[in-house]
Design a binder for this molecule. Structure first.
Ligand code: SAM
Ligand code: CA
Length: 260
């Protein structure tokens, strides 16, 4: 039984909005693209082809030109849907700036869009520990880290992220990080969360991506380990007294956990 139920009028309003999009009622005119390209993602709360999505970008996105270059470069990749959504990346950059972060962790780099995004807002002596197992993906974005002049802030570790997190803990870096973004293999999300929680300072933030997993969390199948894993972490976070949380319907859902 859910702890809270959605007020009827909100549920109806949201459903009607959905119908309106489906029937194109709100799409009276096609929004002109302001050159953002077409951000691709198979999973998002607001469809990436909806006029409202374009409106959000037109009225909020302030993307660094080299970040935009990397996003458009990644859009041609067969796995482009793995890239974080640009509005979500902007929120994370704003949070990193707000808490004056110096040390951040990215678990799952792909072509490095969010790695670059965070490196751009860190101070010159700031550091992103960037974890991935696939160097071929990272190679795509690396030259742009250099072009943006932030390569020196990025410490890339190509090995399983669990290993990197354990090494950081073993070298005495517990409670020294300000921000972490968890966005790799979903089966390990609980382990990533627990290790990040040890690495993050009080007042630091952990952002966990894909917490709605394209809606699959509503009815997790027993044989679907990724969905099960995300759903269990969502349930645990609701009652986790070590953090305050917000679950945002942005991109494919992102939970922000604020360490107490
Ligand atoms: N955060 C990225 C961005 O801003 O665009 C997107 C990350 S993508 C969704 C997931 C990445 O996790 C892939 O690049 C994949 O190679 C990486 N990955 C998968 N398993 C991993 C593991 N065990 N350790 C580290 N990285 C892993
Ligand atoms: Ca993701």
């Amino acid at each position: 039984m859910p702890l809270f139920s959605v007020p009827k009028e909100v549920a109806v309003g949201t459903a009607m909005l959905g119908v309106a999009f489906a029937t194109g009622m709100l799409a009276g005119k096609k929004y002109p693209s302001l050159g953002f390209g077409t951000p691709k993602s198979s999973k998002s709360i607001i469809g990436k082809s909806s006029p409202l999505w374009q409106y959000i970008l037109d009225h909020s996105l302030r993307e660094h030109p080299i970040l935009k270059k990397l996003r458009l470069l990644t859009a041609d990749h067969p796995w482009s849907k793995m890239m974080v959504s640009c509005d979500q990346a902007q929120l994370m950059a704003n949070l990193v700036k707000l808490i004056k972060a110096k040390k951040v962790i990215e678990i799952g780099v792909f072509t490095g869009y969010n790695t670059l995004n965070m490196a751009l807002v860190l101070p010159d002596n700031g550091r992103v520990i960037a974890c991935d197992i696939n160097e071929d993906y990272v190679k795509i974005g690396k030259p742009l880290w250099k072009e943006a002049g932030v390569e020196h802030k990025i410490d890339l570790r190509i090995k399983p992220a669990i290993q990197t997190l354990d090494e950081l803990l073993a070298s005495g870096e517990a409670e020294s990080f300000d921000f972490a973004f968890i966005d790799a293999d979903k089966e390990s999300c609980n382990e990533y969360y627990e290790k990040c929680l040890r690495l993050i300072k009080k007042g630091g933030i952990i952002a966990i991506d894909n917490v709605l997993w394209g809606g699959k969390v509503l009815k997790p199948r027993k044989d679907d380990l990724a969905t099960q894993s995300i759903h269990h972490l969502n349930e645990k976070l609701l009652r986790d007294a070590r953090v305050n949380i917000s679950m945002l319907p942005m991109g494919d859902g992102v939970t922000l956990a604020f360490k107490l």
